[in-house]
Design a protein. Structure first.
Lengths: 346, 346
């Protein structure tokens, strides 16, 4: 009896305390702009309206917390992808180590081409075909244990610098998108990266860089093989065997494989994200599909070829994608107009 | 100034309230046995000691919350797998619908064999080879949209009953293991299913049955193909293409693909879980690897062939696995001795 009574009092105090906390939080949230680096405009409004519609109890578009999944492309959506994807820079800069271990490769393409590029002949990079890149990826990022790969990538990320900003690549994330990640998480969303980049590569820094843990990174993934070291310790070796090509239609396929739920919100910046945005938007209720347009040559880069911007093979945003976005209610974010600041270090 | 002052008072109240909540929770937890369906013994003690060692701040084996990953095999570890895996029963019982759509299959093995089994010739089940099962799986569980598969599986699960207990299969989960799942989650662990069963199948009921959401189910997985319906709506079709065989060495490989972290605790019951337990235990610090031994013929089933129990092809627990467990510190759970109750409905 006494225990029961003590329990009721405790329960009562806990309820009151919880209500207090709730009231305090609502109060604080109402006063704070969750997206301070965004200019007022349709993009910012769309994000805030979406979050309010899907998280307000009683709203017709309320989404229960377990279903609050938001997916983000990485290259060009969360961080800089020009003039070349960061992971491609990693692969190129690992080539000297590979050639040191196997000197006979120094005179064989594509390794010889990469050595020219690294010596300063930047134009030689254009000689590399997709097939070359796959060969370089296999040579630099497979045939080793998962732990060795992680250690090598981590070391490179700590030392390498983007040539324009002279900063580590992991500092070249877009502050407005970091705010969106945080705002969604504070609203009960789980944020996932869904990238054409290598899943194991992105997982090395995703937690520190974006607050996104490894299990919430979906990327292009190769197989691993379970085996044993000489002293009998088990480990996984990265194999040159493609399991998931997480680009284009591979994005919704990868989302089904790794998450098993359709996202409620999705963010991308190129034709490689088209199907993910389409798949997200095709679900019931309120859905948010957004595309970052790189139209700020001064503060970052400008490329499309949508809207007459420069054409590019890295993060292509075609006019067809722009027109489809308008037709289907996917919202285009103009870096130039919608973002007050691009980087935290500005 | 006034705002700042109001803020400090709010912050103060929040801190006091949080401490109150914490004290209340610690008080409640100290008084409650987290594993009431377990008899006192080495298995129960190992679980509680492990949780305390890994979650007590300042403990040399403290594991930070983001790294608290626990993986569970499903068949035979979380629910009944004898006389036959539930998903195999599903596949067999879907055959009449497949034959109805394609009547020419009625006289072709393995479809004809399954029709005999369903008519009551249970012995005919022995005629089915692994190749047959793969063919049946493809015929019953691929070539349809993800949503159609989910609806069919959900309907079957709501209607089908285990012949011995006359209850839905989803009620045949082990209460002591449900307690372990809840205890680990209450201690900041994320619980994952890592099953040889079909990932899409298990995801249909994992949240309602175990409190494990779809994104925390790793299973044998096939590919999907993104496409469009006649009215242009995008959807994913399940394909008969194996991406991950989540058995044996496939379990650590699947864990790396889907989670990207080594588990701190792992639970299994057969040779198919050996590598997962080994991989888990090979990590640094406190690690928990446990195996459920089915040694209770009266309340459930008894099979091994470890410890002289009946041999079986469904959930084989060999003497070699038993000996390895003893040697490597993997703890064997005796259903007979360690579990007070097996099912919640007892």
């Amino acid at each position: 009896m006494r225990l029961l009574k003590a329990f009721s009092i405790t329960a009562c105090i806990r309820t009151v305390a919880a209500l207090f906390l709730l009231a305090a939080c609502v109060h604080v949230q109402a006063q704070t702009d969750p997206l301070p680096s965004w200019n007022d405009g349709p993009a910012k409004k769309a994000i805030i309206d979406f979050v309010q519609a899907t998280t307000t109890q009683g709203s017709p578009n309320f989404v229960p917390p377990p279903e609050r999944i938001a997916t983000f492309d990485q290259d060009g959506t969360l961080w800089v992808e020009h003039p070349m994807y960061t992971q491609v820079m990693y692969v190129l800069e690992r080539v000297p180590a590979v050639v040191k271990a196997k000197p006979e490769l120094a005179k064989v393409a594509p390794f010889s081409t990469v050595l020219e590029v690294l010596k300063g002949d930047r134009a030689a990079i254009a000689k590399l075909t997709e097939k070359d890149l796959i060969e370089l990826l296999a040579a630099t990022s497979t045939g080793m244990s998962v732990e060795t790969f992680q250690a090598e990538a981590k070391k490179w990320l700590a030392e390498a610098k983007d040539p324009r900003w002279k900063k580590p690549y992991t500092e070249l994330t877009y502050l407005p998108m970091q705010e969106v990640l945080k705002y969604l998480r504070a609203s009960g969303y789980r944020t996932y990266i869904v990238t054409g980049g290598g899943q194991d590569f992105v997982r090395v820094y995703s937690e520190a860089t974006y607050g996104i843990p490894p299990e919430q990174v979906v990327g292009t993934a190769g197989g691993t093989k379970y085996g044993y070291s000489k002293d009998g310790k088990p480990f996984l070796t990265k194999e040159p065997k493609l399991l998931l090509n997480d680009n284009n239609a591979g994005k919704p396929e990868g989302i089904h494989l790794m998450i098993g739920r359709r996202p409620v919100a999705a963010f991308g910046n190129s034709t490689g994200d088209r199907q993910m945005l389409e798949y997200t938007k095709a679900g019931d209720g309120a859905r948010l599909s957004m595309l970052v347009l790189h139209d700020d040559a001064k503060r970052e880069y400008a490329y499309g070829p949508a809207k007459g911007l420069r054409d590019t093979k890295v993060g292509t945003f075609t006019q067809a994608l722009y027109d489809e976005a308008a037709k289907k209610g996917w919202i285009v974010i103009s870096m130039k107009d919608d973002w007050k600041k691009i980087f935290a270090f500005e």
